[in-house]
Each structure stands twice: as structure tokens, then as C-alpha cells.
Design a protein around this ligand. Structure first.
Ligand code: GZL
Length: 321
């Protein structure tokens, strides 16, 4: 109701040559105000995502209120409640985990503030609690990683023993990249996951967890990390153990941020599945459409690809992040 009434009111105002439109967020210059609750600053991907959203808001003339939850759900919920209290026109956020959002999303709906999910999904059954979800297909990303390993393993003489470094427990990318990968490697029974543990999407934790798992599983000859940062941390652990990353233990990661792509070009990583953080412009366009009362698709998928060593060498010079 809020959106449609705002659009009609806006149309009348503009027709009468009065001020432009935006929400009634107390913004007397008619600018749209967006409250954005970010996960944190845990990885190169997240840093690039934050920068892209901030630049896109500026380019779109949208006033952005921004918060960093340091990967804690309670901080994101607090931020969303604060945006509701400030009567922003629209809220967007990247849910750190899939569950536990219904209550605060109902509060936003009751306040007639539309919500857009970016990057990660929620498992709310009531999809009326958000307007749209723009982000990657994480199951497909996991599948792409597994399919590369199945193809590569064809030439492997012996068993293929995988250590998996998972993203934050309960997060959509961790759940789905794990599921997609497991599905794909069923194609070759000699591929086995010998250990799998949460390393929180960070480089430091990736190194710490890999040190322990590699010591417990010296038979491991493949690492699948749910993001580049954990893979880069694991490379330090592999080298400290006197092994050659990319040779003694093949490495597959997800994201394709510059540091990951550099390691791929250098042969320390063998394959990267891209997950684009550049959602900002699409997010701002969707926000304007929602506030203009236009129908938007419930799911907007981001374009992304994969990289081998040769493709990384070619792509690096123009890499934006
Ligand atoms: C994926 C995003 C993940 C990245 C990680 O869309 O949520 O979170 O893969 C980041 O690098 O920490």
C-alpha cells in the first residue's frame, strides 16, 4: 500500500511541478534513503561488495545508511530495527545465516518498509516478507567445482581425498556450495571427502583449520574451499607442511577475487568458480522500481563464470576487484 500510495502521490506532486519523489523518510529533498545491513568485512569478496554498493548508491543519488555486523546476526537485526525506527524508504541486507529473520522482517513489513535481500538468501516460508533476492546460485557454484574435479580426477591414478573448508555454518553459501559439490562428485566413487569443517570465510581461520585437518589427513590430495580467502590461508598451511599447493594438493575455490586469481595464475590454485560481488547497480535499480510500485522478479540471478589458470592470466589485468 505504501509503495502504490507513494507512487500516486509522487505522480501528483510531479504533475503539479512540486518536488520530486522519494519515500517519506523525513527526507525533505525527496531523495530515497536506503538502510543497508552488511554481513561484515571478512573477505576480499565482502570488501569488494561493500565498495560496489556504496559507489552504486552514490551514482544512483540514493542516500545510503550502512552498517557492518561483524558476521553476527544479532547486529544485523539491530541495524534493521534502527533503519525501521529511522523510517528509511527501503532496507537491503545480506543475511549472515539463512534462519531467524521472520520476526524482524515482519516488523519492517508492518512499518511498510520494503526489503531487498542481496547476496545471501533467508529460509523464511513467507516470501511476502521481502520484495526480491538478488544473488548467485550457490548450489550451481558448488556443482561447477565438483564437475571440474570429476573431470580432473579421470587422469588421477589413485584415490582422490578431499578436505573441504566450509563457510560460516548456517549461511546460504556454505550450505549450498557444500550440497552442489557433494552432488557433482557422486559421479566418481573414487572421490571422497575425508574431512570438512567451518573456517568462517576468513584467511586466518582457513590457515588454522587446514593445519589441523592436513595433519590429521596426510592422504588428502585435494582442497575445496568455499571461498578464495580460506583457500589462500590454507596455502600457507600447506607450504608450512612442506607441500606444494596446486601440485601435491590440488585446490578449488569460489569467488575469483584478485588475490585468488593471482594464486591461480601462479599455479597455487587449480580452478576458481566466480561469485560476483558487483550487485550494487542492480540493487539500486531494483530499489527504485520497488518504490515506484513496479513489479520486480522475486529472484534476480547474478552473471558469473569459472576460471582455469590460463583464463586467470588473461583476466587479471582488467580485474575490477
Ligand atoms: C557469497 C558471499 C560469500 C563469499 C565470501 O555470495 O556471501 O561471503 O563467497 C564472503 O567470500 O565472505
Amino acid at each position: 500500500m505504501r509503495k502504490v500510495s507513494a507512487a500516486i502521490a509522487c505522480g501528483l506532486l510531479v504533475a503539479a511541478g512540486l518536488a520530486g519523489c522519494g519515500g517519506d523518510s523525513g527526507n525533505d529533498d525527496g531523495k530515497i534513503t536506503m538502510g543497508f545491513a552488511q554481513v561484515g568485512a571478512e573477505s576480499g569478496w565482502r570488501t569488494a561488495n561493500t565498495k560496489d554498493i556504496q559507489e552504486a548508491a552514490k551514482a544512483a543519488g540514493i542516500e545510503l545508511k550502512f552498517s557492518d555486523a561483524q558476521q553476527k546476526q544479532e547486529n544485523q537485526i539491530k541495524a534493521i530495527r534502527s533503519y525501521i525506527a529511522q523510517k528509511v524508504d527501503i532496507i537491503a541486507f545480506s543475511p549472515v545465516v539463512e534462519s531467524g529473520w521472520d520476526q524482524v522482517l515482519k516488523e519492517a513489513k508492518d512499518a511498510e518498509i520494503p526489503v531487498i535481500l542481496t547476496d545471501r538468501a533467508v529460509d523464511s516460508q513467507d516470501t511476502s516478507l521481502y520484495e526480491t533476492f538478488i544473488g548467485s546460485d550457490f548450489v550451481l557454484e558448488g556443482k561447477k567445482a565438483g564437475e571440474w574435479l570429476v573431470a580432473d580426477a579421470k587422469a588421477a591414478p589413485g584415490p582422490v581425498n578431499v578436505i573441504q573448508l566450509e563457510g560460516n555454518t548456517g549461511s546460504a553459501p556454505a550450505n549450498d556450495r557444500k550440497a552442489g559439490f557433494a552432488e557433482a562428485i557422486k559421479a566418481d566413487p573414487k572421490i571422497k571427502i575425508v574431512a570438512s569443517q567451518d573456517a568462517e570465510f576468513t584467511r586466518a581461520k582457513g590457515k588454522e583449520v587446514m593445519e589441523a585437518l592436513f595433519k590429521a589427513h596426510p592422504e588428502a590430495n585435494v582442497l575445496y574451499a568455499h571461498n578464495d580467502d580460506m583457500g589462500l590461508g590454507a596455502i600457507e598451511a600447506i607450504e608450512a607442511a612442506g607441500k606444494k599447493p596446486g601440485v601435491d594438493i590440488k585446490i578449488i575455490t569460489v569467488d575469483a577475487v584478485k588475490d585468488g586469481m593471482t594464486a591461480l595464475a601462479d599455479g597455487k590454485i587449480n580452478f576458481i568458480v566466480e561469485c560476483s560481488p558487483l550487485l550494487g547497480n542492480q540493487l539500486m535499480d531494483l530499489a527504485k522500481q520497488v518504490l515506484d510500485g513496479k513489479e520486480v522478479p522475486k529472484r534476480v540471478l547474478t552473471e558469473e563464470t569459472t576460471f582455469t589458470q590460463e583464463q586467470a592470466k588473461a583476466a587479471l589485468p582488467d580485474r575490477k576487484y
